[in-house]
Design a protein around this ligand. Sequence first.
Ligand code: NAD
Ligand code: IPM
Ligand code: MN
Length: 381
Amino acid sequence: SKSFRIVVLSGDGIGPEVVAEAVKVLKVLFPEGSDVELKLEEHIFGGCAIEKLGEPLPKSTLDACLTADAILMGSIGGPKWGVDAKVRPEPGLLALRKALGVYANIRPASFASDSLLSLSPLKEHVTKGVDIIVVRELIGGVYFGARQELGASEAEKDLAWDNMAYSVPEVQRITRVAAKIAMAANPPLPIHSVDKANVLATSRLWRKVVTDTLRDEFPAIALDHIFVDNASMQIVANPRKLNGVVLTENLFGDILSDEASVIPGSLGLLPSASLAGAPPSDVSSATFKPTSGLYEPIHGSAPDIAGQGIANPIGTILSAALLLRYSLGLEKQAALIETAVRKVLDAKSAGGLELRTRDLGGEVRTTEMGDAIAGVVRQML
Ligand code: NAD
Ligand code: IPM
Ligand code: MN
């Protein structure tokens, strides 16, 4: 039997609500005494850690994360620790990603079940057949450059700045991750690299390195470049044009992935995996080598609905599936969760109602959605 240590960071706002449902599903998959043992270890992180210990990422939490087989996170942040607060949760998340070295953030943006097509604010003929995977560089760029707060010094009392930098190796390695994801499909998926090379020096470096790396190492992949302003329009007006892998830097990827969630219909649906390399492509084979990683929904702590029990837990449940696939090598169980989510989204209850949380126009509560998915998982075991 195998045993894995999973660090659970529920965090703030709806974080604990959605993580509880993912844990519920994992416990159905791996009940006590089963072949695979998941040792789930909750650690304090984010605003709640600021309250208790004065800092968002306490050393005990960081140490636990650095030695875990994988990390499942909810979300952090909230109005209590707003942008003007002295100590804020968000730098803790950036520090955690950096410490883990998880430079590759994979955000499959279209967990589309056709039964959701009518729920998207976009028209069905626009969203049908969209299949986009956003690959976002996660530990570089303007998020991590030098920065000067407003009034930080007498000389700069009316000035603030953020420095955006990328090195050639940083762009090479994220390009290779995108390429490996593209090559895992047959035929290989196209890569759409998104930048602002008509203005930014970092984007001109980005475009050159992406072009060179793919030409030299992955000539089978079709590559095009698109400016981020245009991409942000295409992704809602004509998203099929971006089918394949959307490869982009940290800030653009943050924005475009939230925007892409409009396609399936809710931010609450989308999962993510943050890895220190390419996702293993040999997940079903005997040579599979797991990689530790950080798994979280792409949404935040949703202060506007926190505590009401109405958040959509699907993004977190699907993040748990990615965790099983990439970090534990449990492809069968990962696929089982994804099938269960699809079945629940496609199901109609006895009364003919569909199971939908509030964000998708329904009345189903967070725990009920978790119960429904866990129930289908149990049936399929
Ligand atoms: P948000 O993602 O928390 O919420 C945006 C909107 O989407 C809100 O209307 C919210 O109700 C809705 N929403 C988000 N997740 C949902 C879900 N699972 N089910 C139903 N509706 C959902 O973005 P925000 O309000 O701009 O940010 C709130 C806080 O979260 C900020 O402090 C921000 O820094 C933080 N944040 C954290 C993470 C993270 O922990 N990884 C990610 C994004 C934002
Ligand atoms: C995300 C979030 C984070 C980011 C914030 C909370 C630092 O928006 O995970 O998408 O910008 O990366
Ligand atoms: Mn974001």
